[in-house]
Design a protein around this ligand. Sequence first.
Ligand code: ZN
Ligand code: FE
Length: 252
Amino acid sequence: MRITGISLLDDNYAWILRPEDGSACAVVDPSECEPIRNYLLGEGLALGWILATHHHQDHVGGIPDLADVTGRPRVLCSRADGERLPDVNKFVANGEEMMVAGSKLTVMLVPGHTNGSVAWHFPDIKAVFTGDTLFTGGCGRLFEASAEKMYDSLLRLRALPEETRIYCGHEYTTKNLKFALEVEPNNTKARERLGNEELRRAQEEPTVPARLGLEKLTNPFLRADDPSLMDRLGTKSPLETFKTLRKMRDAF
Ligand code: ZN
Ligand code: FE
């Protein structure tokens, strides 16, 4: 399996999952049709699946046109988010497993950013597509579901194997890590990582994906139960710490 990122809109990523044997590929979060279609045509690839992490336009805007011009891909989304979208063929449930682009997919429903946000986990290739739920270095805003649900979603993502790579929906890593250092100024791993990611950006390279193991050391939203972070923020529980971090990040 090869995974290719396509930059769309201002700072969005769509991800193309391409089986080695040249069979139909899948795309995650196509906010626009044209760049995806051009890529598929250029490479001579058929599109078998569209995976939507959530209903926001900057993740699904390209779906109607893409469904038209590339044959009949299956469009997958959660029921809560997918009911607001045209063209969804299949509503997925938490824990559901299926084969997509030649690889096993396990569905994780991760409410928080939206009620029906999905993380598409491919355990055999150690990749998870997290949309606007878990970002590299941070997490998404709470637009629909409660902080409790979002924190639970993040904990379930955190429990995936350390070598899992996080493919998120936006290029936000350096801004996120600046916030991380604001709340954990002594986190040397986060400081080192910010330096590395800034270098990547200066060379116009993506900072996504990132390994979950590194996220656990540097992403404050995955560190809300860290005693020294709780101490610093003066919070009494991991959930309270998460809520405080989210409020601070909204204002950052
Ligand atoms: Zn969103
Ligand atoms: Fe988004």
